[in-house]
Ligand binder design. Structure first.
Ligand code: CAA
Length: 286
């Protein structure tokens, strides 16, 4: 089993918002990173996201020009999971779909040496079910980063039915090596964060849909009234309404009616208004 000091190269599956963010913080911490997505175009978009984020940090003087280039140099893009054969740890951040995740883990199990731990950034899906697609169930763990990864300090470590204690310890150590703080959750739907966050978001959407207040006043009320950085509607736009709906549907399926997604959330996703990423959700963005 690998310890933190054995980790030099980190494989990241997915170059979307979360995958690119994870690749960025791992490279910033000094790791060599292989970032994979299914199309070269998606990999390029991942690099663009990382460059934008590094530029924002550079503007604040948190990274200098040399450091920025070093971080980018440490990241190699690929479309081939076969390029993960030298990875000492893999973090998967592909779409939130159980069949796709199980296919990826089954392929990783073939491509990556047996003693390498494989982590998933899933926000609601079962670690145990994902792990069952491999022959290394004790080395599968949840490493749930928060969006935006370069800014958010917290990482949720999720323990599957068969995850070994050594792998749980390594997950905490690795997240801390990236400058994050961790907490631990059992493999129960939504873990700690989304189990509590999604009903809050859905209630905000229902309050808006049922005419309790304007969307601006719902967000303002929750921001000023409870001292959170974003109200439920702007946070839903920030996360992505499709992601909120997927998470809410998983919670609803597993935990029953108290987790039923708000009607308006479904209607907006059906209309293709997914939040910031499509330029329109509850609010409009340039
Ligand atoms: N990279 C680097 N820096 C970034 C960044 C990025 N991707 N995104 C934002 N920042 C920095 C900005 O440069 C800015 O820095 P200063 O304040 O030092 O100038 C700071 O963060 C604030 O940014 P903005 O002024 O642009 O404000 P914003 O409205 O765009 O967003 C925020 C700021 C950090 C997102 C803040 O509003 C926030 O913390 N919101 C709550 C986010 C949250 O709850 N995330 C968790 C969602 S749940 C989740 O992720 C899990 C899941 O499974 C769904």
């Amino acid at each position: 089993m690998r310890d933190l000091q054995d980790i030099e190269t980190v494989g990241v599956v997915g170059a979307g918002t979360m995958g690119a963010g994870i690749a960025q913080v791992a490279a910033t911490a000094g790791y060599d990173v292989v970032m994979r997505d299914i199309e070269a175009e998606f990999v390029e978009q991942g690099f663009d996201r990382i460059e934008d984020s590094l530029d924002r940090l550079a503007e604040k003087g948190e990274v200098d020009a040399d450091e920025r280039d070093d971080v980018l140099d440490r990241i190699t893009g690929t479309t081939d999971l076969g390029d993960f054969s030298d990875s000492d740890l893999v973090v998967e951040a592909a779409v939130e779909n159980m069949d796709i995740k199980r296919d990826i883990f089954s392929e990783l199990d073939d491509e990556v040496p047996d003693d390498v731990p494989l982590a998933t950034n899933t926000s609601t899906l079962s670690i145990t079910t994902i792990a069952a697609a491999t022959d290394r169930e004790e080395r599968i763990v949840g490493l749930h980063f928060m969006n935006p990864v370069p800014v958010m300090k917290g990482v949720e470590v999720v323990v599957g039915e068969k995850t070994s204690e050594a792998v749980v310890d390594l997950a905490h150590d690795f997240a801390e090596a990236l400058g994050k703080e961790t907490w631990e959750s059992d493999d129960k739907p939504g873990f700690v964060t989304n189990r509590i966050l999604m009903p809050w978001i859905n209630e905000g959407i229902r309050a808006f849909d049922e005419g309790v207040a304007t969307k601006e006043d719902i967000d303002k009320g929750m921001k000023l009234g409870t001292n959170v950085p974003m109200g439920p509607l702007e946070l839903a736009d920030h996360i992505g309404l499709d992601i909120c709906l997927d998470a809410s549907e998983t919670l609803h399926e597993e935990l029953g009616d108290r987790y039923k997604p708000a009607y308006l959330l479904k209607r907006k996703v059906d209309a293709g208004d997914l939040g910031k990423k499509t330029g329109k959700g509850f609010y409009e963005y340039d």
